[in-house]
Design a protein around this ligand. Structure first.
Ligand code: AKG
Ligand code: FE2
Length: 347
């Protein structure tokens, strides 16, 4: 079993059944059930993974503060209605030192939220995404929508590959992902301002890595969803915990996405897939990253898969699970009470 992160060419996932596709499925399942991390290359939309193309999306960080503030969510600006989508500002006292924006499927399909039926339209997980005005950032919205759709296509292909890799019908997850609520997030980690008066001497703010003390800018965590497709913008810092319990670098490389498997998939597969812990340590320059959290529909029922030798669990609704998990992250703090589970727990 490998302790390293493998880069896997996934072009065959977009073609018909073939021995080459079977081999790709096997490599993906080995990564999913082993280290719980991989990098992928060669897929439709990989032309997005260049510095020039990513810069089109990262233009959002150059917006004046007044424009960013229009996108803030309720926990940072009580005058706003959006609680789940939108801008999160730097929180200097937090370990995770980042700002950014979370965008939902309405980015890629305008009108989606208005058309949603009444049972989900009052769900904060389905709220519309506040987006910058077109004249503040010409062409940006179309670019972000195109990127969202490209990542949704990669997520779909990986979802089917994982189904096959588990020895299940490849369509077993399909219905859960029709109308999914994937999140495209753009993140900026500036250099920490030493004069900001924040005490970062606590043990949670730094780690010793290879004998050197390194500041943490992204707190150790596992992602909550199914798979995360992460574009790193050329600057190192991301680390994953391997099976030996060592932190290893996930180096950025153009043309590739770093992929990690989320806690939903770990639970769904009775822990056949591993949701690997990862963190970000401070590089010498500002860092940007673009995670895409590939996710099911809000009302998908997550029930045990027909796998032998795995524990069964009580079925749950994805939205209920997601709300509980996501609202533990610092950028979502203070909103847990705003959504109640849609399905009461069996007592
Ligand atoms: O910025 C990165 O490279 C990692 C971001 C991350 O782990 C996350 O947003 O869940
Ligand atoms: Fe993450």
């Amino acid at each position: 079993m490998t302790l390293d992160i493998e880069t896997i060419g996934i072009a065959d996932l977009f073609g018909p059944s073939s021995p080459a596709r079977d081999r790709t499925d096997a490599k993906i399942m080995a990564a999913a059930s082993g280290i719980g991390f991989m990098a992928v290359r060669d897929f439709p939309g990989d032309d997005w993974l260049t510095p020039q193309r990513r810069a089109q999306l990262l233009r959002v960080f150059a917006l004046p503060d007044a424009e960013k503030q229009k996108l803030l969510r309720w926990n940072f600006d009580r005058s706003k209605k959006n609680v789940y989508r939108g801008w999160f500002p730097l929180q200097p006292a937090a370990v995770s030192y980042k700002e950014g924006i979370d965008m939902g499927p309405d980015l890629a399909e305008p009108g989606l939220v208005d058309a949603a039926d009444a049972s989900v339209s009052d769900d904060p997980l389905c709220e519309p995404t506040p987006l910058p005005a077109e004249d503040a950032l010409p062409g940006w919205r179309a670019a972000a929508a195109d990127y969202y759709r490209a990542m949704e296509t990669v997520g779909n292909a990986l979802m089917r590959s994982i189904a096959r890799g588990l020895g299940l019908p490849e369509t077993i997850f399909d219905a859960c992902f029709e109308g999914g609520i994937s999140t495209l997030r753009l993140i900026r980690y500036p250099l920490r301002d030493a004069s900001a008066g924040v005490d970062t001497s606590g043990p949670e703010f730094s780690v010793v890595h290879k004998g050197e003390t390194r500041t943490i800018i992204g707190r150790e965590h596992a992602d909550s969803g199914f798979v995360t497709l992460l574009a790193q913008d050329g600057v190192e810092g991301l680390q994953a915990k391997n099976l030996a319990g060592e932190w290893i670098d996930v180096p950025p490389a153009n043309g590739t996405l770093a992929v990690n498997f989320g806690q939903l998939l770990e639970r769904w597969t009775g822990e056949r897939v591993r949701a690997t812990r990862h963190r970000v340590i401070a590089p010498k320059t500002a860092r940007f990253s673009i995670p895409f959290f590939y996710e099911p529909r809000v009302d998908a029922e997550i029930a045990p898969l027909p796998l032998t030798g795995t524990d069964i669990f009580e079925p749950f609704l994805y939205g209920d699970y997601l709300w509980e998990a996501a609202t533990n992250f610092v950028e979502m703090s203070g909103i847990k009470h705003l959504r109640q589970p849609r399905r009461a727990k069996a007592s």
